[in-house]
Design a binder for this molecule. Structure first.
Ligand code: PLP
Length: 396
């Protein structure tokens, strides 16, 4: 493999657009650019295209097209579900439960709500990042109105027992919202089987464009609007319809969901190969996240005696693009809240590398990435007095 080839292992941060999604969008920029909310004849095709995309998304989730509301992405959907959900239920109570490993789009929104009089409790997770159902059960109060637990974690890839959580939440009479930004179009999701009340997703995580997403709101839930203005999205989400974005996201969702079985098997095999090699060839490492209940594309490891930032830079020079956790959190020196929540001490949490594989990754690229990782960890450790002391103590 050429040393200069770039290997993208950061698919959880964003994905390359699918060619089919890109092609599907093109007519809606220059030719079919009319506003689908207009009444004249030019609005007919854009309106039909938006309808089709809504059906494509609903088809992936086994829900009604009318239960899908287009937004500007995962962050907006998360804000909408949390803030409007809390507002809608505030007569009943002010207590909200979120998991301790939610994305910042949920964490910061929960902070915002806390400052406005809501009480937030964080459900703990076990060492694999799975929400502890026994603890969750104990957290409910008569005034608990809303629970948010993500479907799959963006850093460590753990897939949560969403169906069981939805059942527990409903037994206690609260509403259940799941951030499925990392999971939608990557693992099968059926809103009827899962029993979720609201679910968020984002186009750019599954081969669609950036700046577009959706919120599923189960029929019968009268979630108030978050964006105020025009009558778009049945009066629930104002703003001129982003037709190209919606069309691209719909196309990407349909193809990704149709290919999910095959892609999932292929990625799981390559990801397991990466995990096996790292565990065999690099000592003092730890796989973060659940070993089997995890996204097919995710492998997150902590390496003792190395800093994630220096690994990231060294790997970058070899053309391997990874992340030290969530891309949104990079630039901050605090260790990831997710790694701390699963019980990692600060120093180990700092030495973590997330590889998230795109669909077209090859075995050769995976092997090259492991070779680079091994070389990098060895080189950084060889310069570490701490590692030297540790080896002396171990008698190595
Ligand atoms: N939720 C999760 C779990 C995510 O991983 C992300 C993005 O990384 C978001 C929400 C935010 O989505 P968006 O980038 O579409 O705003």
């Amino acid at each position: 493999m050429s040393k200069m080839e770039r290997i993208y292992l950061d698919n959880a941060a964003t994905s390359r657009m699918r060619k089919e999604a890109f092609d599907a969008m093109l007519p809606y920029f220059m030719d079919e650019y009319a506003n689908p909310s207009s009444i004249h004849s030019m609005s007919k095709n854009p309106r039909a295209a938006v309808k089709k995309a809504r059906e494509q998304i609903a088809g992936c989730l086994n829900c009604e097209p009318s239960e899908i509301y287009f937004t500007s992405g995962g962050t907006e959907s998360d804000n909408w579900a949390m803030i409007s959900g809390a507002e809608m239920l505030s007569d009943k109570g002010k207590h909200i439960i979120i998991s301790s490993i939610e994305h910042h789009a949920i964490l910061e929104t929960a902070d915002y709500l806390q400052k406005r009089g809501f009480e937030i409790s964080k459900a703990p997770v076990d060492g694999d990042g799975v929400v502890r159902l026994d603890e969750l059960r104990k957290m409910f109060r008569p005034d608990t109105i809303l629970v948010a637990v993500m479907t799959a974690n963006n850093e460590i890839g753990t897939v949560e027992p969403v169906k069981e959580i939805a059942e527990i939440v409903h037994e206690h009479g609260a509403l259940f919202f799941t951030d499925a930004v990392q999971a939608f179009a990557h693992i099968p999701l059926d809103t009827k089987k899962l029993g979720v009340d609201m679910l968020s997703a984002s186009g750019h995580k599954f081969g669609g464009p950036k700046g577009i997403g959706f919120l599923y709101v189960r029929k019968g839930i009268r979630l108030p609007p978050f964006m105020h203005g025009g009558e778009q999205e049945s009066g629930r989400r104002a703003g001129t319809t982003n037709v190209p974005g919606i069309v691209g996201m719909g196309a990407a969702a349909e193809i990704s969901c149709a290919e999910m079985g095959e892609t999932g098997k292929r990625l799981t095999a390559l990801r397991n190969h990466y995990i096996e090699r790292v565990e065999k060839e690099i000592p003092y490492c730890r796989l973060n996240g659940h070993r089997t209940e995890r996204l097919p594309s995710n492998a997150n490891f902590s390496f003792r005696f190395v800093e994630g930032e220096s690994m990231l830079m060294n790997l970058g020079m070899k053309g391997v693009c990874v992340s030290t956790g969530s891309a949104c959190a990079s630039g901050s020196l605090d260790p990831s809240h997710v790694l701390l929540a699963i019980g990692l001490p600060h120093d180990i949490a700092h030495g973590s590398i997330r590889a998230s594989f795109p669909e077209d990754i090859t075995l050769e690229q995976v092997d090259y990435a492991v070779d680079c990782l091994k070389e990098t960890v060895e080189r950084i450790r060889s310069l570490s007095p701490l590692y030297d002391d540790f080896l002396k103590k171990e008698g190595a």
